[in-house]
Design a protein around this ligand. Sequence first.
Ligand code: ADP
Ligand code: TRP
Length: 327
Amino acid sequence: MEIVVSGIRPTGNLHLGNYFGAVKNFLRLQDEYKCFFFIADWHSLTTHPHPGDVTVNVRKILAEYLACGIDPEKAAIYVQSDVKEILELYLFLNMNAYLGELQRVTSFKEKARKQPENVNAGLLTYPTLMAADIIIHKAHKVPVGKDQEQNMEMARKFARRFNTIYGVDFFPEPASYHFTGEAVKVPGLDGSGKMGKSEGNAIYLVDDADTIRKKVMKAVTDSGPTEPNSVKPEAIENLFTMLKIVSSPDTYDYFNEKYNHCEIRYGDLKKQLAEDIIRFTAPIRERILEISADVDYMDKVAARGAEKARESASNTIREVRKIIGFK
Ligand code: ADP
Ligand code: TRP
């Protein structure tokens, strides 16, 4: 059976970008494949050396995973740092990863620019740790958003390289998975770029209705088109992309038509968009609050997930040691 692996760093709450870029696909995959969904707490140390109360952050994502519908009966849900086998594979992969290729990774260069005082080796080897997360379960499919393409290319490269160096056909090449066939990028509503925690423009699944209304009403717009059927500037395109993601096709068409006839009223569009987001997030928010209150349940889920993940990981690492030549 094909194997699926994916993870999210516990550096804040889940937002619409995480949901539509990644988690929605977790839900589609868990019925059909053997799935491993984890919380990448080691990865968060590359940018957050003092992750505050790690346990609190980890439980936050855990509650949100469960509230979104990830089912611990179907998938292994676990915390990365509970599976130490990943570290051993990370070490092996690092021995065959080259400084030049790691330095060329765009997200490394970006983060190095963002935190020049802390260009740590973990940041540099982020892609080898991510590759270890994935190939420790010999995964075939990895549901992630568009921003992870380069990390995925690196993971495939490290898997292939291991096979080549040791003359084996051991690790499958993991492919990014997008249900629609195309990677999703959920835009921010601040004019340009993607929605993200570190971008400070995120709408969180746990946000209440008023917070969501405020965030959406603040979205960047312009004075409106003056020519019929004009090309939309990025900020406006982003609003329409959000409509496409959370509203009905009719709603999208309605506002698109208005835009094309230069009759668009952004205030109306934003009001509708906010209500459609709330309709989607409100039930999830309710479940998040419910599940968060049941710490025992969450701890049980994580313990069981870790057990399943360790079983799979220890099988792989035993083989890897043998292949490399350790007795
Ligand atoms: P953030 O960018 O908010 O720090 P992460 O880097 O932890 O979020 O991303 C976790 C998952 O969510 C990854 O699979 C990533 O591709 C996806 N993701 C994050 N932001 C977006 C977005 N705006 N659009 C699509 N997918 C996203
Ligand atoms: N790099 C991913 C992100 O920033 C998180 C992650 C770590 C991941 N290890 C992974 C995703 C393995 C998929 C598979 O979002």
